[in-house]
Design a protein around this ligand. Structure first.
Ligand code: PEP
Ligand code: MN
Length: 363
């Protein structure tokens, strides 16, 4: 992607495509030359894809899974771009991977969630990028820590990279939720608020980990005014070598993009309504998250109930309850919450917890 060194990614994207949101799509992993070229051709046919993604080096949680085709896949991407004219993007995690990707003219690099957590790795990538003019997208770290995400942005910016974007791919959270990675929308919104000049792209594929809720998350991202989407798309999703459950065919991707409701923003009064709608959506997302967290809290209360039952201890322990309230007052006040609200809220939560424990203890 050509641009002067000083232009931000937002400006470059605006110049090149002049449309929003930016759509990045492609397989989780490049597997074979045929798969890459066929995917590229089908994505191109949709007319909706601006950049093609494909993982060449795959950071896998457990050894023994497919760890990426490696450097030999890079010429396939060059070929894909030659056929379609669509720029290509790959994940890099080491200096060698940066060198290889640049050697094969990869257009856009991204830093994966497992790399953003590690300042040593981010610094290694940053050092390898010094003096290079290439867009770099930085995924949020696996854990919900904005400082780490900001730190990665700063390291890459200090290496002289101006075209930086953010990718929100959700955060690892303990316990089962409907998502593979909990979106924690409020964190991404805060990151965007702190970095208004950076593009922010949503990655519904890694948030969802499954196909059936992708549409919903894409819509949320659009409603929250993200600048783009990065979505995994494979010609034969069920037989993909990695992330099979979350990938969709290029045709399905096109259908899902068509199903998105785009909010109008151009007319003055409509602008007002759209802004209001966005705020309401934010409230809805936050409320959804609160409900999910409250559900988790009740599950922990049930475990405590079981423990008390096994040890023959009473449900209500006054000292513990006072401690909970004191902590809440101290923390809540810092968040601008009134004592009255905290008392009412914790009373309700406490009653619900007792009911859950009661059910366990008397079962
Ligand atoms: C990927 O994009 O395929 C990937 C490995 O994602 P993440 O770094 O978000 O887990
Ligand atoms: Mn993936």
């Amino acid at each position: 992607m050509e641009a002067t060194n000083a232009a931000t990614l937002k400006e470059v994207v605006q110049q090149k495509w002049g449309k929003r949101p930016l759509i990045i799509a492609g397989p989780c992993s490049a597997e074979t030359e045929e798969q890459v070229l066929q995917t590229a051709t089908e994505l191109h046919k949709t007319g909706k894809v601006d950049i093609m993604r494909a993982g060449i080096w795959k950071p896998r949680t457990r050894p023994g899974s497919f760890e990426g085709i490696g450097t030999k896949g890079l010429p396939w991407l060059q070929q894909a771009r030659k056929i379609t004219g669509i720029p290509v993007a790959v994940e890099v995690a080491t200096a060698k991977q940066v060198e290889d990707a640049l050697h094969f003219d990869v257009d856009v690099l991204w830093i994966g969630a497992r790399t953003t957590v590690n300042p040593f790795s981010v610094q290694e990538v940053a050092d390898a990028l010094r003096g290079v003019n290439v867009p770099v997208l930085i995924k949020n770290p696996i854990n919900p820590d904005l400082e780490l995400w900001l730190g990665a942005v700063e390291r890459i910016a200090k290496a002289g990279i101006n075209q930086i974007g953010l990718i929100h791919r959700g955060f690892s959270s303990y316990g089962n939720t409907e998502y593979r990675n909990a979106p924690m929308w409020h964190l991404a919104i805060e990151m965007k608020r702190r970095n208004p000049e950076l593009m922010i792209i949503n990655d519904p594929s890694h948030i969802c980990g499954r196909r059936d809720i992708l549409q919903d998350v894409m819509q949320k991202a659009i409603d929250l005014d993200y600048d783009g989407l990065i979505i995994e798309s494979h010609i034969d999703p069920d037989n993909a070598w990695s992330d099979a459950k979350q990938q969709v065919t290029p045709a399905k991707l096109a259908e899902m993009l068509d199903n998105i409701t785009w909010r109008k923003e151009d007319v003055a009064s409509e602008e007002y309504h759209a802004a209001l709608e966005k705020l309401r959506q934010q409230i809805n997302h936050l409320d959804d998250e609160l409900m999910q967290i409250l559900g988790q809290r009740m599950k922990v209360a049930e475990k405590i109930g079981q423990y008390k039952k096994d040890n023959n201890i009473t449900i209500l322990q006054t000292n513990r309850w006072n401690e909970i309230l004191e902590r809440a007052f101290a923390k809540g006040e810092k968040q601008g919450l009134s004592k009255e609200f905290i008392t009412k809220y914790f009373d309700a939560v406490h009653m619900e917890s007792i009911n859950h424990q009661n059910r366990i203890m008397n079962s």
